[in-house]
Design a protein around this ligand. Structure first.
Ligand SMILES: Cc1cc2nc3c(=O)[nH]c(=O)nc-3n(C[C@H](O)[C@H](O)[C@H](O)COP(=O)(O)OP(=O)(O)OC[C@H]3O[C@@H](n4cnc5c(N)ncnc54)[C@H](O)[C@@H]3O)c2cc1C
Length: 400
C-alpha cells in the first residue's frame, strides 16, 4: 500500500505545499481549517500590509494568483503597489485556491504525530482515525504560538482572554466590542497600530504603549520609495531584495545573526496608508520599560518606567498585547514527545536542512517555523514562492 504525504495546515503555506505535491501526482492528505488564522485571529476590516505582488499563494498551475481570483470573483483587480488588499478579499482568495487546487481538504485536527513502525509516521486525527504517512509537512503557521511577555502575563493568571482584563491581539476578530471603552494596546508593529486604529474607529478611546523612543513609524508610500534601489515585495532596499529572492544561504549564517534578523528585518513599521488614520485618533505613550501588569479589581493597569526614570501606572478597561508570535517546538504538542526531543532545535525553532527537512528524515516544516532557517520572508505569504517548490522537490526525491 502506498502511504500518502500528510500536510498539517490549510493556510497559505499548507495549501501551496499541497498544490505542488498534487501537481507532481504525489498522494497527499491535507488537514486544517482553510484560512482560519485570517478569518478568526485577525481583525475584521484589516487591510494587508503586503502588496498584491507579494500576496499570491505559489502553485505550479497557472491562473491562480490574487489577480486571477479578483477576475474570477468579479471584485476590483488588485495589482499595483498602491492597491490595498482587504483581509476579506484575501480570505476569499485562499478559499477559492483551496477549492480549485486542494479539493479533498479534510477539516479535522491532527491530534498526534509519532514515528510509525517500519518507517513513516503514525498520525491520529480528532475524528479518531489512525493512519500512516510516508512524510509529514508541518504548516501550522501562527496556531498556538501567540507570545505574551512575562511582564504582561501577571495580569492574566488564567491566560489572556478577550473578556478578561488582558488579551492577545490574535484573540480578536470584532473590535467593536471596545466601543466607548478605554483600551491600552501594547506594541509598535503593524498589528498593534492597525488594531488600535480599528478599535478607535469603532468608538474606543485607545492608547498605544510602545517601548523605546520613536519606534512607532510608518513606511513611505510607493511613490516615495527610492528609485535607485532594487524592488522587493517589502519595499526598495538591497537587504530586502536579498532576503526575499536569495534566502538560500540564510541557514548558514551564525545562529545569533539568524535569530536577530528574523525579529528585526521587516520589524515594527506601520503601513504607509495607516499614518493618517492613526494620527489624531490614537494616543501614543512611549515608555522606557514595562515593569508589570496587574488587574487588582478587574480593571487592568500597567506599571511602566518612563524615559525620565519615573514609575507610573496606566489604567484602562482592557489591555491588548499585540506582542506577536514566537516559534517554540515545545508548544507544538501534536508532535509526540519523543519526536520533539529527537528534533535538532535552535532557540526553540527546528533546525532545517536543504529542502526544509528537519533532523528527522521525512518531517518537514514550512512557514513561520522555518523562518529561523530560511529568513524573515518565511513569515509572509510570498515566502511560499521560495519554500514550496524546494520542499516538494526534496520530498519527491526522498519519499516520492
Ligand atoms: C495581524 C497580522 C497581519 C498579517 N498580515 C500579513 C500580510 O499583509 N501579508 C503577509 O504576507 N503576511 C501577513 N501576516 C502573516 C501571515 O499570517 C502568515 O504569512 C500566513 O498566515 C502564514 O500562513 P501559514 O499557512 O503558515 O499558517 P496559517 O495561515 O496560520 O494557517 C495555519 C493552519 O494550520 C492549521 N492547523 C494548526 N494546527 C493544526 C492541527 N493540529 N491539525 C490540523 N490543522 C492544524 C489551521 O487550521 C490552519 O489551517 C500577518 C499576520 C498577522 C498576525
Amino acid at each position: 500500500m502506498i502511504h500518502p504525504v500528510a500536510v498539517i495546515g490549510a493556510g497559505p503555506f499548507g495549501l501551496s505545499t499541497a498544490a505542488h505535491l498534487r501537481a507532481r501526482g504525489i498522494p497527499v492528505r491535507v488537514f486544517g481549517e482553510p484560512m482560519v488564522s485570517w478569518r478568526d485571529h485577525m481583525p475584521a476590516g484589516m487591510l494587508l500590509k503586503s502588496t498584491p505582488a507579494a500576496s499570491s499563494i505559489d502553485t505550479p498551475q497557472r491562473g491562480h494568483t490574487l489577480a486571477d481570483y479578483c477576475d474570477a470573483a468579479g471584485v476590483p483587480r488588485l495589482v499595483t503597489d498602491e492597491d490595498i488588499i482587504p483581509v476579506e478579499t484575501f480570505i476569499g482568495y485562499g478559499e477559492w485556491f483551496q477549492q480549485k487546487l486542494v479539493p479533498g481538504l479534510e477539516r479535522v485536527r491532527v491530534v498526534s504525530v509519532d514515528r510509525g513502525q517500519g518507517g513513516g509516521f503514525e498520525l491520529k486525527l480528532d475524528s479518531g482515525e489512525l493512519f500512516t504517512a510516508r512524510a509529514v509537512v508541518v504548516a501550522t503557521g501562527l496556531s498556538g504560538l501567540a507570545h505574551l511577555p512575562p511582564e504582561l502575563a501577571t495580569a492574566a493568571a488564567d491566560g489572556p482572554t478577550p473578556t478578561g482584563p488582558l488579551s492577545h491581539s490574535s484573540q480578536h476578530h470584532d473590535l467593536s466590542r471596545f466601543s466607548g471603552r478605554d483600551l491600552l494596546v501594547v506594541g509598535a508593529g503593524q498589528s498593534a497600530l492597525e488594531t488600535a486604529v480599528l478599535a478607535a474607529e469603532a468608538g474606543a478611546r485607545v492608547r498605544v504603549v510602545s517601548r523605546g523612543r520613536g519606534r512607532v513609524a510608518f513606511g513611505a508610500p510607493p511613490w516615495k520609495q527610492p528609485r535607485l534601489r532594487p524592488e522587493s515585495p517589502f519595499g526598495r532596499a538591497w537587504s530586502l531584495w536579498a532576503l526575499s529572492y536569495y534566502p538560500h544561504p540564510y541557514r548558514f549564517l551564525p545562529a545569533r545573526t539568524r535569530h536577530y534578523l528574523v525579529r528585526r528585518v521587516l520589524g515594527p513599521l506601520g503601513a504607509w496608508w495607516l499614518r493618517d488614520r492613526f494620527e489624531g485618533r490614537v494616543q501614543l505613550q512611549e515608555i522606557a520599560r514595562l515593569v508589570r501588569a496587574s488587574a487588582p479589581h478587574g480593571g487592568p493597569s500597567l506599571t511602566v518606567l518612563t524615559h525620565t526614570g519615573r514609575t507610573v501606572e496606566l489604567h484602562g478597561d482592557h489591555v491588548i498585547a499585540a506582542t506577536g508570535y514566537r516559534v517554540d517546538i515545545a508548544a507544538m504538542d501534536f508532535l509526540a514527545h519523543e519526536l520533539r526531543t529527537e528534533l535538532a532545535v535552535s532557540r526553540g525553532t527546528p533546525k532545517l536542512g536543504a529542502g526544509y527537512v528537519s533532523s528527522v528524515p521525512g518531517l518537514y516544516f514550512t512557514g513561520l517555523p522555518a523562518a529561523a532557517s530560511y529568513g524573515p520572508v518565511m513569515r509572509f505569504v510570498c515566502g511560499t514562492q521560495f519554500a514550496s517548490p524546494r520542499l516538494v522537490r526534496h520530498l519527491a526525491a526522498a519519499h516520492g
